[in-house]
Design a protein around this ligand. Structure first.
Ligand code: NAP
Length: 336
């Protein structure tokens, strides 16, 4: 082992996988996940261990490693052009682009583009912060204007150099889909919806293991606070500040008459409550998680709740209060 470690060339990068680094088939135990170790000296096996123990504090790695970023864009000409501009601006601050393991993901397009970015990186939420430039209307996630790209690059670069990345954390909705084959767990940033495909959705809705109602109608939408301004709002749901750890259940065109009855009002559940939906057996249903749709007929039940221990992080390089965004997105800039 000593021989092999001594042959590691100076200045090479090694990917740290879970609890070991792998180099040419050799493994060295370390205790950090998904970080890159940059060897600046040659090591014997013994002092490599010491080095790792001493240097594998996150702070030290951050000092040595400028933030890594990636850009996801909507694919239109303006968004692509802005992406190129951003790349050239950010380089002077020493940030490197890394598509696989970025620390910051810049989304250029709309809120929909940020939803795509979220789903692309949802396995790495613990270390990624998102930020968005809108190239259409002002968004909730995409709250930087195209002509602010230079300012954004400067603030991002400076906060990386000063090791002072400020983030806000917003709750997510977790769903657990139970089928005969087990439980599948999924996350959504805006909402989860359930709808019938070729007929009215019929489903029992339970809250904290007690039946609330038998729902008949087009569907059910369960949104996060940050998704409350999206589909939920069109359904008459309340706008919820994302500092609240809650999910909102809103009905989509429920049938209400002398025979069928639902509550008819949106409901907010706190983080220690859960909702179970039991669709009528073998019904064809469509589930959506934000923009991702799947048709199923094997679902026994779906549990929704505030995702425990998982939040989405947004990098904040300046204050832009949620209620200002609500006003600017829905009421307009020209206030009397
Ligand atoms: P889309 O149908 O192309 O766009 C849906 C619209 O919702 C876009 O204008 C999008 O903004 C906006 N939006 C997304 N997230 C938002 C948020 N958190 N707050 C306010 N507005 C938001 O679909 P998409 O772009 O792939 O987005 C999927 C989302 O569409 C779903 O998560 C759902 O919330 C929403 N949706 C809404 C309805 C409805 O209101 N009746 C129906 C189906 C789906 P940008 O233009 O900035 O991208």
């Amino acid at each position: 082992m000593t021989d092999r470690i001594d042959k590691i060339p100076n200045g090479q990068r090694y990917i740290v996988l879970w609890d070991k680094i792998v180099y040419d088939g050799w493994e060295v135990a370390v205790s950090y996940e998904n970080l890159e170790l940059y060897l600046t000296k040659w090591f014997s096996y013994e002092n490599l261990e010491l080095y790792l123990t001493k240097w594998f504090s996150y702070e030290n790695l951050e000092e040595d490693y400028p933030l890594k970023y990636n850009v996801v864009n909507r694919g239109d000409e303006i968004s692509i052009q802005l992406m190129h501009t951003f790349h050239s601006l950010i380089q002077r601050f020493g940030l490197t682009q890394d598509e696989e393991n970025p620390d910051i993901v810049l989304s250029i397009g709309g809120d929909g583009t940020l939803l795509h970015a979220f789903h692309r990186y949802k396995e790495q939420l613990d270390h990624i912060a998102f930020v968005g430039i809108h190239t259409g209307r002002l968004g909730f996630f995409a709250d930087w204007k195209p002509d602010e790209v230079e300012l954004l690059a400067q603030l991002m670069g400076e906060s990386a150099q000063q090791d002072d990345l400020r983030v806000v954390k917003y709750p997510l909705v977790e769903i657990q889909i139970t089928t005969q084959n087990g439980i599948e767990t999924e996350l959504a940033l805006n909402e989860f919806t359930l709808k019938g495909v070729d007929a009215t959705l019929v489903a029992e809705l339970h809250i904290n293991d007690e039946l609330l109602e038998t729902f008949r109608g087009d569907g059910i939408c369960i949104s996060t606070p940050s998704g409350s301004t999206a589909y939920n709002k069109s359904l008459g749901g309340a706008i919820v500040h994302p500092s609240l750890d809650a999910i909102q259940i809103a009905e989509i065109a429920s049938i209400n008459n002398r025979v069928y009855r639902t509550l008819g009002s949106p409901i907010l559940l706190p983080k220690h409550h859960h909702c179970d939906i039991y669709p009528r057996a073998s019904q064809n249903i469509i589930l959506s998680l934000d923009h991702v749709y799947m048709q199923r007929n094997d679902v026994l039940s779906i549990r929704s709740m505030v995702a425990a221990g998982k939040k989405v992080k947004f990098a904040r390089f300046r204050p832009f209060p949620f209620w200002s965004r609500v006003r600017e997105a829905f009421i307009g800039y020209d206030m009397l």
